[in-house]
Ligand binder design. Sequence first.
Ligand SMILES: Cc1cc2nc3c(=O)[nH]c(=O)nc-3n(C[C@H](O)[C@H](O)[C@H](O)COP(=O)(O)OP(=O)(O)OC[C@H]3O[C@@H](n4cnc5c(N)ncnc54)[C@H](O)[C@@H]3O)c2cc1C
Ligand SMILES: C[S@@+](CC[C@H](N)C(=O)[O-])C[C@H]1O[C@@H](n2cnc3c(N)ncnc32)[C@H](O)[C@@H]1O
Length: 677
Amino acid sequence: MTDNIHNATLEWDEEGQPISAVFGDVYFSKANGLEETRHVFLHHNQLPERFTALKDTQHFTVGETGFGSGLNFLAAWNLWLTTAPKSAQLHFVSVEKYPLNKTDLTRAMSLWPELENLSNQLIDRYPTFVGNGFHRLKFLDGRIILTLIIDDAAEGFTKLLASTHPLFKNASTKFDAWFLDGFAPSKNPQMWSDDLFSCIKALSKPDTTAATFSAAAIVKNGLKAAGFSVQKVAGFGRKREMVKALFTAEPEALNPDDFSYRGSFSPYPVPWTIAKNQTVFTNKHALIIGGGLAGCHSARALAERGWQVKIIERHSELAQEGSGNPQGVLYAKLSPMEEAQAAFNLTSLQYALNFYRPLWEKIGDNCGVLQLAYKKSEAELHEQLKNRFSNADQLVKFLNATQASDLAGINISQTGLFFPQAGWIDPRKLCAHLVDHPNIQINYDFQVREIHCIENNWQVFSEAGAIENSSVVIIATAKDTMHFEQANHLPIKSIRGQVTYFPQTENTPVLKTVVCAEGYIGPAQDGIYCTGATFNLKDSEAALRSNDHQTNLDNLRENLPEFDVMRSDNLQGRVAFRCSLPDYLPCVGGLPIVDKLVEDFAPLRKNARAGITTAGSYWPGLYINIGHGARGLAYTPLCAELLASQINDEPIPLERELANALNPARFVIRDLTRNKR
Ligand SMILES: Cc1cc2nc3c(=O)[nH]c(=O)nc-3n(C[C@H](O)[C@H](O)[C@H](O)COP(=O)(O)OP(=O)(O)OC[C@H]3O[C@@H](n4cnc5c(N)ncnc54)[C@H](O)[C@@H]3O)c2cc1C
Ligand SMILES: C[S@@+](CC[C@H](N)C(=O)[O-])C[C@H]1O[C@@H](n2cnc3c(N)ncnc32)[C@H](O)[C@@H]1O
């Protein structure tokens, strides 16, 4: 991630068509942009025929250089609706270095009234860009999945590769078709780089096609070097020629010995994140253990991909543990830094805001979230954020105390950050909404005792002797994951939290937004305020504590003195346990076979960049989605999407390095490099 993004600078010609002021080139043909797109990119990738031939629940992946005004994306989406099966998914992955701002996008889209229904949906979800990064937007219940990567084309696609290690590049998820757009090579030679074509090669497979409006030598030669056979065909309108291409390269036979730098610093990444014998699941059936936010989001993400999912839950209802509070705040801490935690927080918050956008009425209230600069370190942090987020008003606004007071409807003496699209969510209602899908079933009152794998089939045993089977199992049991033998190596922390409820009366103010300081409070729900929460590590007391109510009320009064609520002995509340990992990042992905990982990666004990050429050992079909700490509402949508993309062999929704930072094997690898295993 870097902060230096530049929005496109546009000029509009006399017909109202956009032209890049920087590159001096058009975004699409002046004759008819939509027809050009259909001719060049849709027709010459044979998309009408290929979409029609897809089977139920299959997906198809298009990669594009230069998202521009989104015309190609909308044209592909439009074609998909009339040709592909209803249960299939279109992945459209586009890398754009100079994104249009929303006003320009809206103006450009207005040129295509026949696509208005689709363009309105795109405009509504179009993200706020803060530095380079990934934005995944889903439309029509996941039938259309756009991954918009703000970056240079070569850099952006590199971030999708399984690894940059030459031996493992080929393990990358493959694309079906390429739209090689981008301004003409004569005006933008930098984009059409060797690195870009090398990425395209790693992301292509037999049958992958490519089409481009250009017939320049740099494009033809690049495609040939990337393993495509290239054909010149008639271009659109007055353009004489364009290029279409088919991937025909034989797989390269590389010798692992050439990459094993024994004892010295290897220039290649250590391939512990790559799974040996990656499984492709033909039978799309999964069991998910745990019916909280992580389990329900995971179920929904798979169900929308046509998977039959069964959630196994020990209670007789969903969301009875960590996800059982009546009000949770959708919130993630922003940072001026660019380390994994900061990047993950921002990506997951933006994904979550988009995910919940159509659901607010059902699940909570998008009344906005105000984060107060309630202590010196927080005020300093807010100052530091200004540089990075000052142009991201739709995501976060910087407020003075008067503005904060007006928005919250209560006297506030501090400055603050305001997230206008966020709010509070009732996680129980959210879980109920997520599982409301014909592909999801729930098996309640099933306390899983243990799981075993027999010939790639997982058997899940209950305490009462019942058994469920599946080739794919996702463990989403938060802190109780430590009871599973396959996961008990994880350094899971359980953190007790208590919230306090009190009634809204004539003596309490009427709050209009969520306010977060030491704790948080949202507008009253059904006449009851909920505030909290306490944080206690190594504390398994499940009963409510009077002292903890006092702590919550003291924290509230300190920052919002109008809430002068007295403790009384009959205060209500709730206790639950958060699940966290030492690096405060969730744990999402395949579970490693620890003994084998330790054996294969033993050289890391002496050299953290040893030239190991063996991939990691992971349990076939066993995945995990835990460790959402105090941020389950923001983290679980993206984590579920990541997991479903990994399981279904699709492009992932965030950059590879971040997916690696969430990888459950990271703790074993860290221990090895610290010589602790
Ligand atoms: C007091 C408190 C306040 C919070 N406030 C917020 C907030 O404001 N905003 C926010 O984003 N997050 C908040 N969180 C965090 C958020 O609630 C969690 O991150 C989230 O609920 C985690 O969801 P989960 O699905 O991972 O875990 P859980 O909701 O705990 O789900 C795990 C599920 O697994 C089931 N299970 C476990 N073991 C087994 C087994 N062996 N067999 C069958 N089923 C099993 C459990 O019954 C449970 O249903 C808060 C947490 C607490 C405790
Ligand atoms: C012709 S326009 C693309 C039109 C677009 N596909 C559409 O449907 O509207 C070319 C796009 O490539 C983008 N671009 C230029 N150089 C780039 C680079 N190095 N990496 C990624 N995108 C780039 C431009 O900003 C511009 O949006």
